[in-house]
Design a protein around this ligand. Structure first.
Ligand code: FFO
Ligand code: GTP
Length: 435
């Protein structure tokens, strides 16, 4: 028998002061705590009521909307109480102080509500990870990706695969059991192989989207490079619609990398303005140029900027990089076919075209649907994929069955259906308190 869980509580809503602050309690003593605070009998579950919140001293702390959820019909699967308080520091402080004095109650740790939801089977691990992403989402596409992950889309995909693997294994084992009977058709195994091949393709395709998950989550990285005075900082400011980088007529103004996060049509774009690439005696500038090369290496897209018709030598860039050749200061020059795109940071001409180009590039990488979003998921997907490959290569039916079992187990570990105890601390500690 497990000992009864502590009853935990925390401020679950955001920074104070706020209009309303939600304090959440979960565990076997949550309802008793509410009765103590309101000095009234319990309400009907899931029905909000306005109640005085009273401290031990008899002092009224607040008048608040209170709400109960009866186990197992709650977020955590335990008895849950919500106090919708006035969102001042003093009210919240006083109420949390009262709760802390009650026997069997303690402050929740980061992610503890979600962890309980997981332990009570209300969420699987992917959904829990998805919730963490949903809470930290800043752009529309981060939100969409997190919704796909937190409300079962991605889990259903992996569970579907795991079921097909288990089915195939069952077929093989059946065939093994009847192996000494002459009249068992071998075609069962053939059908199974076909489906597993298909699954292997689907999984392979899914794995190619790993980069997409990263780009949506962590941003699409663009390095703006080019000779000194080409107008790189001005372009960054134009794209960001604000003055971030210093713009001067002195060549070599940008010495370190300036970085801004942009939200382009819901996609997070990380823009890096680099030092002009040129031979320099200046040590600081040399370091800036070294960092510019590093930014190029890490970029998903490199924008090479050069004043239209400039005869400056173009740098030799890594072959595998996607490079957009852009001509700048189109207000001063005729636009030219020597470039993919011409623009003026000064007049704004060409800037919408550049934005559209960037958005299209990212849309080409991800246009919705389930993708792996964490290294943990990726590692297990690769293990599953390798096991499936081994199963398809195996001659003996026994080995096939064994490899299929490993593949299904790896998928099971992604959703947390299989031994994951050691992982839980890592995953749930990344949450904020109150979640
Ligand atoms: N006030 C408040 N809003 C919130 C939350 C919360 O905890 N409190 N949530 C916290 O993350 C999210 C909603 N998540 C929730 C998930 C399940 C249940 C729940 O009571 N489930 C029951 C009943 C379902 C039903 O009504 O049909 C169940 O599944 O049995 C509640 C909230 C977002 N909004
Ligand atoms: N007419 C015109 N001038 C521009 C335009 N963009 C930038 N400039 C000017 O060109 C000069 C250099 O611009 P910056 O944006 O500092 O160029 P940079 O490439 O970042 O230069 P470094 O930081 O030195 O590498 C400044 O005087 C800008 O005002 C443009 O579109 N049209």
């Amino acid at each position: 028998m497990k000992p009864p869980a502590d009853t935990i509580f925390a401020l679950s809503s955001g920074a104070l002061p706020a209009g309303v602050a939600v304090v959440r309690l979960s565990g076997p003593r949550a309802f008793r705590a509410l009765e103590a605070l309101t000095q009234k009998p319990l309400l009907e579950a899931r029905q909000a009521a306005l109640r005085k919140i009273v401290g031990r001293s008899g002092l009224m702390l607040d008048k608040a909307l209170v709400l109960t959820f009866q186990a197992p019909h709650s977020f955590t699967g335990e008895d849950v109480v919500e106090l919708h308080l006035h969102g001042s520091r003093a009210v919240v402080h006083a109420v949390l102080g009262e709760l802390g004095e009650m026997i069997g109650l303690r402050q929740a740790e980061a992610g503890e509500f979600s962890r309980r939801a997981f332990e009570n089977g209300r969420l699987d691990l992917i959904e829990a990870e998805g919730l963490a992403e949903l809470i930290s989402a800043e752009t529309e596409m981060q939100r969409r990706l997190a919704v796909e992950q937190s409300f079962g889309g991605q889990s259903a995909l992996y569970e579907g695969w795991a079921q097909r693997l288990t089915y195939a294994r069952a077929m093989i084992e059946a065939e093994l059991d009847f192996a000494d009977e002459d009249d068992v058709p071998g075609s069962v195994a053939d059908k199974m192989v076909q489906d597993i091949r298909k699954l292997q393709d689907e999984l392979g395709r899914h794995l190619t989207y790993a980069r997409a998950g990263e780009i949506i989550r962590d941003g699409y990285k663009i390095a703006i490079i080019g000779a000194p005075n080409a107008g790189k900082s001005s372009l960054l400011n134009a794209l960001a619609s604000r003055d971030i980088a210093i713009v001067t007529e002195v060549a070599g103004t940008t010495r370190d990398i300036i970085h801004v996060d942009l939200d382009l049509d819901g996609y997070l774009v990380k823009l890096f303005d680099t030092a002009g690439l040129r031979d320099s005696e200046d040590l600081v500038e040399q370091e800036g140029i070294r960092r510019a090369w590093m930014a190029i290496e890490e970029a998903d897209l490199v924008i090479h900027l050069e004043e239209i018709d400039s005869r400056a030598e173009r740098p030799e860039l890594p072959r595998h990089k996607e490079i957009l050749w852009v001509g700048s200061k189109s207000d001063l020059h005729q636009t030219s076919l020597n470039y993919d795109l011409c623009l003026s940071a000064k007049t704004g001409e060409g800037i919408p075209g550049l934005r559209a180009f960037i958005v299209e590039k990212i849309q080409g990488v991800w246009a919705g649907g389930s993708v792996p979003t964490r290294q943990r998921q990726l590692d297990l997907l690769k293990i599953a994929s390798n096991s499936i490959r081994d199963a398809l290569n195996a001659r003996e039916l026994e080995f096939r069955a064994e490899h299929l079992r490993s593949a299904a187990a790896a998928l099971g570990r992604i959703t947390g259906r299989v031994d994951v105890e050691q992982l839980l601390d890592v995953i749930f500690s990344q949450f904020c308190i109150g979640k």
